[in-house]
Design a protein around this ligand. Structure first.
Ligand SMILES: C[S@@+](CC[C@H](N)C(=O)[O-])C[C@H]1O[C@@H](n2cnc3c(N)ncnc32)[C@H](O)[C@@H]1O
Length: 215
């Protein structure tokens, strides 16, 4: 299969959708932010959420909130809630503006803070966790905490997990080696973890889909 051809074909099928990454970022005033998920990942989040109907979602890494809005547009239909964590206050403020523009501010609570600190102090449980934090070391380091705050039967979704096989060239210097090693460690942990049934989908920069076993 030619993945580039397949991807172009799939995007052509969905190009008439109202919420696209391109339009969302064009409508965003702030231009300096960490890139957001691709449209195929946003659609997969929406399909999974429509299927599972999670009441409580935890997102780690908000940026300007494209993935948050994509999820919120679905949960708005049945009354779920998203808590999203972002440590960059300026970016978080822009995300909040975007949530108002998109009419989903009621569905979303933004916590401005460092993810490890916030999550290690959490005592509540979630039906779905979406891991998309910029600091890739956290993927592996936070796994035990994610397991602790994820309900049995809950979904752990993690973006960028195919970084170990993405060719970054010299774009990000030495950081890419660290990102790739961290994500390789995370991928191996998830694949071997007896508490999860999981796979890694080749969409976006790689999306891990893992279900926490109930027994
Ligand atoms: C890839 S972006 C999130 C994109 C967003 N999920 C979307 O698709 O719309 C990652 C974000 O994680 C934030 N971040 C990085 N390290 C963090 C940390 N330790 N705690 C909280 N946020 C962090 C960055 O500031 C950045 O905005």
């Amino acid at each position: 299969m030619d993945f580039k051809k397949a991807s172009a074909y799939i995007e052509s099928l969905y190009e008439k959708r109202k919420l696209t990454q391109k339009q969302y970022t064009e409508d965003t005033e702030l231009k300096d932010f960490v890139p957001v998920v691709d449209d195929d990942v946003a659609r997969m989040l929406q399909v999974l959420i429509t299927m599972v109907k999670p009441q409580k979602i935890l997102e780690i890494g908000t940026s300007i909130g494209f993935s948050t809005v994509s999820m919120a547009k679905v949960i708005k239909h049945y009354g779920g809630k998203i808590i999203t964590i972002e440590m960059d206050a300026e970016v978080a403020r822009q995300a909040i503006e975007n949530f108002k523009r998109e009419g989903v501010e009621e569905q979303i609570e933004v916590i401005i803070g460092e993810a490890c600190t916030v999550i290690s102090g959490m005592n509540e449980e979630f039906d779905l966790i979406f891991q998309d934090v910029g600091d890739k070391k956290l993927y592996g380091e936070m796994l035990e905490d994610y397991i602790r705050v994820l309900k049995p039967g809950g979904l752990l979704l993690a973006e960028d997990t195919l970084f170990p096989v993405v060719d970054f060239g010299s774009a990000f210097g030495d950081s890419t080696k660290m990102w790739c090693e961290s994500l390789d460690t995370f991928n191996k942990k998830i694949a071997d973890c007896p508490q999860f049934e999981s796979t890694l989908l080749p969409i976006g920069d790689g999306l891990t889909v893992a279900v926490k076993r109930t027994s």
